[in-house]
Design a binder for this molecule. Structure first.
Ligand code: HEC
Length: 458
């Protein structure tokens, strides 16, 4: 243990010592170049001395680096090239020192090749080392945009997938595993098992590491997996020992998963969504646990844009409900509507989910066209002359959620139809011919429906 501590102690000098060979070797190359330009032979000894310092410091830095790598806190995949290029650099630099002691004995091409190799290794090795300490993408982070696009490709990836259907989200696979993958796999995988722990294989994850299982189903506080990520970050047992620690949300997910029994094949809807995890699930996974409006549960293929342009030519204002959603919000304003124009909407009838004909000259008979729109959820007919006949036509609309009849000629006799809409949540009857008392009776008989008649009954 003491020997180990001492090697960790020495190892930690590596990041400091690596600057020495970089400085010495670049200085040596620079002096050689100046000497060649000036045709001056007087720098031979000092150049050879600088090569010597460069070679010796490269060897010491490589030794300390080897010790540091063996402490296990660096992922093996990041280390591989850095380790072997570092050793090559120490060897080539020593060779350089040997040759540059008596440069006249060797061909110019040999001397130049050594210089070129040393320079290339220095650049590559420095870059890899920088990536290990600062994370890949460190150089690119503040680079001007054009430079960034030219030389660096983004290494960022979003660890929060958009899982919009809670009925299909597997808690372990879709929520827990991506966290382990991005923050833990680097040192606990099929090739490298720090602490004897392999997380890449589910069975082995449950087997745990050198000190036994790391998951105690149902008890996060007795699970090493949870304890290690919630220790103070200075603690030597804190995981991950380097790189980005887990975020608050990620810790919540792990705690919730273990607390709920650490099951592998459960959906979110199988587990108890506690008050504590609810905001996390909503925020990170963009999962809304409230019931969704009808139009978000249906998926349609993209609507033909030619059809939309034809409709725009007829005077319809058309908006899409979002980039991933093909549903349309269609409106018409003014007094130039007629049944021919309205009938054109039948071409895109599945796509229409919101329709506004507010303030237009729409007539009762024309409304029969609207009854053919199977996915209509919101209809605005306010400030038109429509009457009870229109409402009769609309009874076909089984997904209608909101109906605006404010300022129309509808009367009490439409209320029996309104009562029977299966999904209707809101109806506006203000300023129509519906009587106040009957509207109130409708409200009282249907607590899930909001009846607006100038006063709210709720
Ligand atoms: C950079 C490398 C590295 C990363 C990344 C890493 N670990 Fe470790 N882990 C180690 C080393 C080294 C050990 C052995 C020393 C020790 O037990 O602290 C270890 C040991 C462990 C152990 C103890 C195993 C046992 O039985 O002794 C657990 C649990 C653990 N890690 C969990 C995690 C979790 C969870 C993550 C991700 C959040 C993670 N580790 C990420 C390097 C790493």
């Amino acid at each position: 243990m003491i020997a180990l501590d001492f090697s960790v102690f020495l190892g930690r000098f590596h990041p400091l010592l690596v600057h020495l060979p970089i400085g010495f070797l670049i200085l040596a190359l620079l002096m050689e170049w100046i000497q060649n330009k000036k045709q001056a032979g007087t720098w031979k000894h000092i150049i050879s001395l600088t090569w010597m310092l460069g070679a010796i410091s490269a060897i010491i830095a490589a030794l300390c680096g080897w010790l540091l790598a063996n402490t296990g806190i660096y992922p093996e995949n990041e280390l591989f090239w850095h380790r072997w290029l570092g050793i090559s650099l120490a060897i080539i630099a020593s060779l350089g020192w040997f040759i540059k002691k008596e440069p006249s004995k060797y061909k110019k091409s040999i001397r130049n090749s050594i210089s070129f190799l040393v320079m290339t290794l220095l650049l590559l090795e420095g870059h890899l080392g920088g990536n290990i300490t600062h994370g890949a993408g460190y150089l690119a982070e503040y680079a001007p945009k054009p430079l960034n696009q030219l030389f660096f490709t983004s290494t960022q990836h979003n660890s929060a997938p958009d899982l919009s259907q809670k009925d299909s989200v597997l808690v372990f696979e879709n929520m827990v595993l991506p966290i382990l993958e991005s923050k833990c796999f680097a040192c606990h995988n099929d090739e490298t098992q720090r602490g004897g722990l392999n997380m890449e294989d589910i069975t082995l994850l449950f087997d745990g590491g050198e000190n036994g299982p790391i998951i105690n189903s149902g008890i996060p506080l007795e699970s090493e997996l949870f304890k290690r990520v919630t220790l103070p970050s200075k603690n030597s047992k804190f995981m991950p020992p380097r790189g980005e620690p887990l975020t608050y949300d990620e810790i919540q997910v792990i705690e919730w998963w273990i607390d709920q029994g650490a099951e592998i094949n459960k959906l979110i809807s199988d587990l108890t969504v506690t008050e504590k995890i609810k905001p996390v699930v909503k925020r990170v996974y963009k999962l809304d646990l409230e019931p969704k409006p009808w139009y978000e549960t249906v998926s349609l293929k993209q609507v033909d844009s030619l059809l939309l342009n034809n409709l725009r030519d007829e005077g319809f204002i058309i908006k899409s409900l979002g980039s991933e959603n093909s549903f349309l919000d269609i409106a018409f304003t003014g007094n130039s509507l007629n049944i021919e124009k309205l009938s054109k909407l039948v071409d895109v009838k599945e796509y229409i989910t919101w329709l506004s004909l507010a303030g237009t000259n729409v007539e009762d008979e024309w409304v029969s066209v609207i009854s053919e729109f199977p996915n209509l959820t919101r209809l605005e007919l306010q400030k038109t002359s429509v009457s009870d006949d229109s409402v009769q036509f609309l009874r076909e609309l089984e997904h209608l959620e909101s109906l605006n009849l404010y300022g129309t000629n509808v009367t009490d006799s439409c209320l029996s139809v309104i009562r029977d809409f299966p999904e209707l949540k809101r109806v506006y009857l203000w300023n129509s011919k519906v009587s106040f008392d009957r509207a109130r009776a409708l409200q009282e008989g249907n607590p899930d429906l909001e009846v607006e008649i100038g006063v709210s009954f709720k």
